[in-house]
Design a protein around this ligand. Structure first.
Ligand code: ACM
Length: 508
């Protein structure tokens, strides 16, 4: 049975060929830019009980990681899809992963890991096969809201590992909102000194130092995952308005807020606040851009319901031009499409429904008509904060997930949507990719996050990676079931949905 998630582009088994025997001390040959990928593969094999050794590329080794780019490694190109392509060849005596770039090699090693049992303390038989693979979309993301509840660095690194197994390549961190400001900004220290206290309800606050964020970025980058930081503007800014009186229209600092209502806060477009607001935008966006090696900056733009349409257009113009001025490509939630002077190449993140609620579709088409692209995150199927239809045990014993986006959202619904079938006039090439946001109103711990994210993030991963069509929920559930033992071994607290035929064993 084919047991890979996401489904690869082509897979050819060789039933007549003898299986490969992988012993407990496999040698991994790699050189140059393939070495770090080999190191991560070795660590994964070690965590399953094997004792791998790294060999020189010329040595006899059972696993070889081979870069096939023009000069072995040309550094990341601007073709991200090609960079992630790879081939995996398993014959009766060797495993070869080959790719033009280290990113593709890493993706190939995740395929290999899915084909191996979780217990490598004895020698195992591996089926012979050949995989040729590449992603459908260049952006396949999950968003983690670290504001409504805060998650320490170690939790985020653990989450990154779980995403890497699914070939997710983007982690969008929602760093600021009404309830807290979670990234230290040197030039505006009270954003965290004052604005990071507390979270939803009575939960503790917290924030990342710039070194913390660098650590997250580096850990993700080693797994070829790009971090997209989001500073949500001009709404969702109560924490900043609480920390700095000068950002408020009336010059009076707002009270701290730890509820879950939305749409009440806004930066001020008043000329009296222009100096402070523009300095805030320049400083904050400048520091975040300087911390970010990736190509994208997310500036929010959603639910600014207390900003007049005229002020919204003025503020979004100032926000997006400041962000574009750092050299980054700007991403905003689809509402920014109501502005007609966005920087070239701006990306709209669509978060309306499979049936678009007006004016979301118009706003997306407006961004695309100006040369931009779309990230598809239809809330009724892609949002991971929405509860499951069934009552299943949760890690903390309390209910998880909300209902607001036409919830609940089943595993089948999360799997069977098609990104090109949502907004009329938006074609494949207009779509940068897909993303599943996870807002953390109800998720207090990383175990809660994992329960909401897995297995539905696997559905998002396949929609983003695998060719269109071929969406048989029962067949997919059968493949996802094989991830269960890997998640169990990693301590991932996934939801044991009844739709998935999990192998028997310890429940999550
Ligand atoms: C959003 O869910 N407010 C983007």
């Amino acid at each position: 049975m084919l047991t890979l998630v996401p489904r690869p582009r082509t897979l050819r088994t060789s039933p007549d060929e003898e299986a490969l025997t992988l012993g407990t001390t496999p040698g991994i040959a790699a050189a140059g830019a393939a070495l770090p990928v080999a190191g991560l593969l070795a660590a994964s094999l070690r965590s399953r009980g094997a004792a791998p050794s790294l060999a020189d590329a010329d040595d006899a080794a059972i696993i070889t990681l081979e870069l096939t780019g023009p000069d072995g490694s040309r550094g990341a190109s601007d073709d991200r899809v090609a960079d992630e392509s790879y081939a995996l060849d398993i014959t009766s005596d060797a495993v070869t992963v080959s790719a033009p770039e280290p990113a593709g090699l890493f993706r190939g090693t995740q395929t290999l890991l899915q084909l191996l049992p979780v217990d490598l303390t004895g020698s195992v038989q591996v089926p012979t096969l050949h995989v040729d693979d590449a992603p459908r979309f260049e952006y396949r993301g999950v968003m983690l809201d670290v504001v409504r509840h805060f998650f320490p660095v170690a939790d985020v690194l653990r989450f990154i590992d779980a995403l890497a197994l699914l070939k997710i390549n983007t982690l969008h961190l929602h760093l600021t909102d009404d309830q807290g400001w979670r990234l230290h900004i040197d030039s505006w220290p009270d954003l965290t000194a004052v604005g990071a206290r507390g979270a939803v309800g009575d939960a503790p606050g917290g924030f990342y130092t710039q070194d913390d964020l660098r650590r997250i970025i580096a850990y993700a980058a080693a797994r070829f995952i790009t971090v997209v930081p989001e500073i949500d503007l001009p709404g969702h800014t109560n924490a900043a308005l609480h920390a700095y009186a000068e950002l408020n229209a009336d010059g009076v600092a707002r009270e701290a807020y730890h509820g879950i209502e939305v749409g009440f806060s806004s930066l001020s477009a008043s000329p009296e606040r222009a100096e402070a607001t523009d300095r805030f935008l320049r400083d904050v966006i400048g520091e975040v851009a300087a911390l970010t090696p990736g190509p994208w900056l997310h500036v929010g733009g959603d639910e600014s319901w207390s900003t007049s349409p005229e002020d919204y257009r003025d503020l979004v113009r100032r926000i997006t031009s400041t962000a574009a001025g750092t050299g980054k490509r700007v991403i905003g939630w689809h509402e920014i499409g109501s502005c007609d002077d966005l920087p070239a190449g701006t990306i709209a993140q669509y978060w309306s429904y499979l049936q678009p609620v007006s004016p979301a579709a118009e706003q997306v088409r407006s961004v695309v008509a100006r040369g931009g692209q779309v990230i598809m995150s239809p809330a009724d199927v892609a949002y991971l904060d929405i509860r499951y239809p069934e009552d299943i045990p949760t890690p903390g014993g309390y209910a998880l997930g909300l209902d607001w986006a036409d919830g609940p959202t089943s595993f089948e619904a999360a799997y069977t949507w098609e990104p090109t079938a949502i907004v009329d006039g938006i074609a494949e090439s207009d779509i940068l990719g897909v993303e599943s946001p996870l807002w953390t109103e109800t998720a207090l711990t990383i175990a809660d996050v994992e329960h909401l994210a897995f297995p539905r993030a696997a559905a998002l991963a396949e929609i983003g990676w695998s060719v269109a069509g071929e969406r048989d929920p029962a067949e997919f559930a059968g493949r996802v079931a094989t991830l269960g033992p890997m998640w169990d071994a990693a301590g991932i607290r996934y939801a044991r949905l009844s739709e998935v035929p999990w192998p028997s064993g310890e429940p999550a």
